[in-house]
Write a protein of this length. Sequence first.
Length: 453
Amino acid sequence: MTTVYDGHEASCGTCSTPEVLLFDAGDESSLFVVDGSQLYGIDHATAMDLRARIGANDSAGLDALLRSLGVDRQRRIGDAAPDIPLRSISLAIAQKCNLGCSYCYAEGGSFGRTESTMSLDVAKRAVDRLIRDCSTGERVNIAFLGGEPLTNREVLIAATEFAAALAAAKKVQASFSITTNGTLLTVGDGAFFERHGFAVTVSLDGIGEIHDQLRPFKGGRGSFARIIDRVQPLLLRQDRMQIAARVTVTPQNLRLFETLDRLIQLGFHSVGFSPMLASPTGANQMEPSGLRDMLAQMIECGEAFEAHVLNGRRYPFANMTNALREIHKGTHRPYPCGAGAGYFGVSAEGELFACHRFVGDERGAMGDVTTGIDTDRQHEWLRQRHVHFQEPCNGCWARYLCGGGCHHEVLNRGRPACDYIRGWLEYCLKAYVRLQKARPHLFGLTPANAFSL
């Protein structure tokens, strides 16, 4: 990430081409170069010159000006699908659930199949396939999902211990995570998660009745009080274990700042929001008007984050911290995630899928834990899903930050959230410029004991 800041007058507005985004953040004008996610501070005259060439659709003149400014124009992402080794899996150890969330992508936890649980033998085969080809010092991650994974606690524990032992023997670093609805958590689970350094994500869709309307037990009773009762003892003992809250945003729970602030007060290590874009029945999906409201709420949360950070206080708004880290690293990628590349979801029966959301969906089928990855299907998946071959992504300035959007959501519903995604990323870029100028130590530019995200 190249960053240069010079004092100058503010220019007006935001404009873009498929290759650049020009924007103002306070009294700074900045240029974001799409290929390589490069960010440059620019003076007022240069900003006006760039704006004129963008407005005139003068691509040749724009390219010449960028080169004269010393902007790196090297092409970093080609059209070919990358060859990425398997380094992460999620195990659907319980394809069943005790909640009845109306929008559940797993259709009540069973993925549209008969309810089932994963055997330890299948879990071990999956873990062995993940670790067997790793070299000393490499990192792998094993996630436990469902349904509700804690309904198969015995396999969760045994598979974790098997993976930890195998990784230690291979001198591989293994990390563990679990996504749970929180209703079955115990103090013993907390001790186990702490011992193995789990990242624990608890699904919560608001506070009190708001959550209860969206995530009731299958009999209709609310689940919020039960979850908080179960998770509070774990929140008090976070050391190696970290507990995050994940909020699925629907038209019914758009009071995001209230939710964020309350969950942070409860002691969650981080809190993140994700819009419901594709549910099996269409229930509670976000429409364009709701996404506009969500963007305004997300920006309100981001502004609270900025205010806390400027006063030297941690405010663990996960969407913001993740975006700022990616911008600072100069992240640029042709996919939204590792699905079908370095990451696979494993069904209870041992089938391999592009990710946990494709379990049971033939479109994402990729082999099984016994015979291995179907490399022909994998290569075709990666070829088709590359952002260069997605419309309208290949002409969007945000394509290498976004990666084209969640594959499962796009295949099931298209791209209703593009304006939301661009709006959020633009805000985060502006916030990065403001924070980098005001508190540069946030991004590793001062000693390690300084305040950090």
